[in-house]
Design a protein around this ligand. Sequence first.
Ligand code: ADP
Ligand code: ZN
Length: 732
Amino acid sequence: MKAREFYNENERIAVVTTEPFARFLDYLAPEGGCKIGSFLILPLGKRKVIGVVWGAGEGEYDLSKLRNAISVIDAPPMSYSMRKFLEAVSDYTITPLNLILRLCTRVPDLNKPSVTQKVFSLASNHSNFRKTPQRNRLISALSKTNKNKLTSKEIVSISGVSAAVIATAASNGLLNEELIPRDRPYPALNPDFKPKRLNPNQISVCETIRDLQKQNSFSAILLQGVTGSGKTEVYLEAVANALRKGEQVLVLLPEIALTSEFFNRVKNRFGENPAEWHSGVTLAERRRVWKMVASGGAKLVIGARSALFLPFMNLGLVIVDEEHDHSYKQEDGVIYNARDMAVLRASIEMSTVILASATPSLESWVNAKNGKYNHVQIHERYGEATLPNLSAIDLRKENLKSDEWISNRLEKSTTECLQSGDQTLLFLNRRGYSPTTVCRACGNQISCDQCDARMVEHRFINRLMCHQCGHTKPMPNKCPSCGIIGKLAVVGPGVERLAEEAQIKFPKAKISVLSSDLHGSAKSLKDEIQKISEGNTDIIIGTQLVAKGHNFPKLRLVGVIDIDIGLHGSDLRAAERTYQLVRQVSGRAGRTDNKGRALIQTYQPEHPVVEAILKGNDDEFWVSEAKQRELACMPPFGKLVGIIISSSDFERAMSAANQLKNNTQALDIIGARAYGPAPAPIARIKRRHRIRFLVKSPRTPGLQDAVRKWVTNVSLKGDLRLSIDIDPQSFY
Ligand code: ADP
Ligand code: ZN
């Protein structure tokens, strides 16, 4: 597309809108003209929609019938590299550009002009005012705070005086009153505020990273270091380097809404708070972040995966912490992996990207081994801490009762740990009370009405829940299939049931269950995590939520209840995931000194993954895992694409799938093969039948084009839907 910097009023422009229409719509530039990248308000039918100028309009559409854009939104135009990035994401994920644009315009009131807010500061002559108790409180609170302009609400919260008192103080001159923009810049971060003294391992890694940052070109770095090795401190130094160069920085974290610890660390290091972007942030604050990222008033953003689509103007560094984490993959709506798109974005911005992990994904590890990424490693824990001692408990020798999961050996170690006043973590990656409720009379397993999935008992809310669609129903007392009363029984444990057993075995212990569904809000979960890290719990019972970088200083013992769960199943990454999870979870123990221990319960201690974990030789594990994937031409050596065709009507979905089955020329040409169609492992979700293909292909840049061409063989009539998942992580 031809592109100029500026388009005069009434010139034909091509616009990408956030509506599901053609890639480009032609409009006439608005009154006053517009720039390339300008955000516009556009008339569309009777509605007003948002769009971005992509270049000169080339459409055949009759010029006299084109409508003018209504106005230019008060925001800096989208940069060239941001536009290239959105196009690249659209191409890679085979998703219309419009839907990708939506990811970066998800900000409240983007189309409204900036608003102002009233702030107050203490008048310099405040000592001349006659003293009253209310005024004294006001003056003392305002003299102590380090902010000099506060809103009425902020003053109320720090001083305890009422809003009316503040208003009076303003009218008689004790307070100065002023209107400032709501979306104002974030306080400057000082890269030299309080640097830590690094140890020699950290220094050498930091130097490598700094040299790469100096080149001002694209580089990807895998920062691999065992849990507690000081990776975070290392990448904060990289943040400092970028800040010194005046660049913007984005740090992506999984489960960010749960961590206040990280924000404290940033504030201690740089003296001020960074901008925050995730679902827990207020709408007004999100708007401020968006605007300030676009205009340069926010230098450091700590965000969830969607922060990758913020309109940075000068992004010099992107950090993806815990890069192996599966929550980086967005699996509904636009399907993308934020880790991979972060690398893509850095490559377009010519900037540095750091992927940090103790247990990197095999993809990143292979990229590091073959030189595509720079590989920097720290092999030891920081300071006195050493890695926990790992051993297996062979459950075949433990004679567990059928409704017990804590072996004698684990029980004994837990008791010792309790006696010494330390914390124990019992890890079981299963939410709820029990995964299966079965009728002892007819063998029926209770499943969801809308999905082909078993319902999971959650005793905490006293209901059955479907983990696919979230549907819940009360616990029945008779079997929905045979109608016999009193024969329903639970099979297997979830964290709630494990907590019950632990409370019986350790009656005096204070037990906390950490599971994403047990807390009403992110805030209450965050509080629970805070409570645990302060040591107010003896036994933590947790799902994979506990693997995510929380620092529990008093944790000494980790018991993995059932490592075998993750090793079953046909998931391509079963071994990798189990390895990562167990290494991460056991890495929670002994983070501050060297008394940590991890006990792993298993029925198959000779399983290669279990052996590899016990040996603690990460490289050996990755080498062998990589070899197996390579032999099978599986990712990262080959590519996979998951296709799901769904409809409320099974026959309709199947016949659409068969149209694809019979027209695979586009795939054949590049040597790709479509396996299927077959009902997906979860064959129905929310009443929609799901038919699945798995495309296996050699690594070739033509893959997306071929898949795009191939899927045009089916016309999506009625409620038929087709979703494309490039590099799928889950296979249900
Ligand atoms: P990782 O990110 O690799 O898990 P962290 O950066 O969180 O490791 O470091 C582990 C612990 O060691 C943290 O409490 C951190 O504050 C501390 N630490 C790491 N490096 C230093 C340093 N150079 N000086 C002081 N404390 C450090
Ligand atoms: Zn369901």
